[in-house]
Write a protein that binds this ligand. Sequence first.
Ligand code: UT7
Length: 330
Amino acid sequence: MPPKSPGVLRSVVTGVGGFLPDRIVTNDELSRIVDTSDEWIRERTGIRQRRQAADDTPVSDLAVEAARRALAAAGRTPQDVDLIVVATTTPDLTFPATATIVQRKLGCPVGIAFDVQAVCSGFVYALSVADGFVARDRSKCALVIGAETMTRLMDWTDRGTCVLFGDGAGAVVLEPGEGEGTTADRGLLGFALRADGTKQELLYVDGGVSTNRQTGYLRMQGNQVFRHAVVNISEAVTAAAADAGVAVPEVDWFIPHQANQRILEGVARRLGIDENKVISTVAEHANTSAASIPLALDEGVKDGRIRPGQLLLLEAMGGGLTWGACVLRL
Ligand code: UT7
């Protein structure tokens, strides 16, 4: 008998959950605050509405609710969790990390908990970081959460940004699973992460602890970011697919960061991805930064489109600039 080849540990998504605050803000409502219109916002972005967290709701509350739902879907409890990675650019406090606040609120035992800050690319970065623990058997049950209250960073006099963002959270449970080392394995199969700090001025917040001690407001040269997005994302997707050993057209579902419907479609077209394979939530959620991918994943799982065993492609781009992509089999 030939010797059995040793298995490969993979980080497998065993549960997905999402949470959106109740309050819906329509385009018409924003048109009463700034010089804009429902028509402009829909045509240029695809956005119809966004959610806004109540003033007394910190981002950790959104994260906790999404995490509870992901744990329930995985058949796990907070007692099982030994690693929490929260991707957020709108933390409750400067410190401690929102991940430790989530740990306390969920009632998880002592473990590892920290935040990842890569703005809209945060979830893709956080998944890749968590993979370093789970696929090395350093974590048996990890929560990877994207959670944001982006509306807190809005300058409500700037029509170029305040109509684009919303609040929400999405989470996945990652557990180690033995695979054969092939693309048929369940789990994270490949990723590509990128950053270019020279493009800071295109998208940033003009406040910070060690500069002006302010929270600051989000500033963006939207059309410049747009220009970089399609080209950069496509390169990272191709690299992530190569890392995973799959061809982009093999992918069952494309789950992009939800910034603008025109970017989603532009990237899909450039990569030859069928538009019917694109999960889009931008119309209802707007841009929820690090939360947008897990929220879109949750929508697709909940409505039955995305099923276990399918090959998923995730990608994002955001402030930094940062960008990246992941390929995983659910
Ligand atoms: O998640 C992080 C990554 N972020 C992104 O991916 C965002 C990427 N960028 C975008 O999605 C688009 O660039 C925007 C939606 C932000 C803007 O669309 P655009 O087609 O690039 O418009 P623009 O910035 O070139 O502006 C065109 C016009 C300008 O007026 P003038 O100078 O031509 O008179 C803007 O002032 O549209 C005006 N404008 C608006 N008009 C009505 C900008 N925002 C608004 C608005 N309502 N809300």
